[in-house]
Design a protein around this ligand. Sequence first.
Ligand code: HEC
Length: 492
Amino acid sequence: MRFLLLIGLLLASIGAACAEPLDADRAAGRILFVEGVGAAGAVAAALGTGQVAVQATSVPCASCHGRDGRGRPEGAIVPPDITGPVLGAPADRPGPDGGKRRAYDQAALVRAVTLGIDVEGRPLDPIMPRYRLTLDDADHLVRYLETLGAGAEPGVTPDRLVLGTILPRADAPAGALLRAFVDRLDAAGGVFGRRVEIVVAPAAASPAEAARHLMATQPVFALVAPWIAHDERPVADYAQAEGVPMVGPETLRPDAAGPSQRYLFFLDGGVPAEAQALALAADRLGRTPVAIIDGADPVAGAAAAAAFARAGTPALRKGLSAADTPETLVRDLSQAGIGRILWLAPGLDVFAAAAVTSGYRPTLLVPAEFGAGTLGPGTLPAALALRAGPDDQTEEALAAYRELAAAYHLPDTDRPAQLHALVAIRLLIATLERAGRDVTREGLVTALEATGDFRSGLMPPLSYGQSRRIGSTGAWILLPGAAPEWLDPARR
Ligand code: HEC
């Protein structure tokens, strides 16, 4: 049986406790607090004096009390501060009647949340919903509230702010770039007087493992430009469980993060966004039948097929298998009368060469990552998609990068990954500067969600929102013989 401590007692040990990652119960409590989802799924709640049944997902605690629990006044409604230290001490009662209340203990807290009765036995304003919690949910919630607002956030001290990153290899240039950037920043006073430090996750079997090892070794406030390719889902689940924001995760598959991507703020929509933009542009290339060629990982094929369907163009989907040779592929596609091919697999150059040899001339639709550069003159006509184009880059931003690179002797390789990391750290620092000195992870998430039109001068502008986790959702489309055009599938 779990021994339940009084909030006041727990507060005494909070200094030590918060340096550590949230344990599983508190993590469950945070998800209940922020999202209204309990250990066993949906949580029922009642509004008013109990007549109107709702799901807690539509009225999670954070929607009124704020993610940080400090209360967010909205019109005449003033939800009180329900952070651990405040609940654990006597205070003024909320509401117009005023008066004092004593400190909450666990039982009183559970009564307030489930029955709407405060620690003095008086009914709370009916605006505060009543929640039907299981014993586990109540325990998780109480444990989370105890730590909420208890002062120190992981990785934040009065004079330091520790950020982490995950690299594909220990010597990946993005790491050197991040260190150079914060060195400059710190020389200019840091953020609100705090020195910013970058720590690199130790090598591990997977990015999610690397994140776990990093957090186990030392408290880290947030991750910046972590490399999460092919491990999106486990990383997103980990971020969700730990409540750690990740700004600019590096992957071509942000969609693979799945539903729990609340803490991941992607810079762009990766290959799925490019494939969707290509689907939008495809009808400019005639009305012939379309095929989508998926690689081993059906990368963005599903998103693209849906976009074709919306445009009224059914597309044949084919996954490449070991049995396919370039020649059989050319034969099958030409026999099916396919005139446009969205290519989302390796081996584009070999296929194009085989097609040219046999006189088959479909038009290719290709995200830049799939070897567009290997298509020389004289091969198949191709439309390309790029997540960032020359028009997104300003001379000023490029010059600043070149100057930093020269001053810190940054490697000349992996330029795209370096620029990606640079945009991510600039976005993170700009957001921290906006969020204020009392920075919390939840406060950072809220501030990121309020980011609109962040211009790095290195890629298209970035905007986020409460349900938007991809900063730039479109792609540049280069059709043969036409000027580049920006198409944004999310805006249709
Ligand atoms: C719709 C807005 C809303 C939501 C959602 C909400 N609350 Fe409240 N809560 C309030 C308001 C308003 C009060 C003050 C009531 C009063 O003045 O009597 C309050 C009061 C409280 C109190 C009493 C504080 C005190 O000082 O006596 C606690 C504890 C509390 N809420 C916890 C929670 C928890 C935990 C959740 C989620 C499970 C939650 N609330 C969800 C609006 C909300």
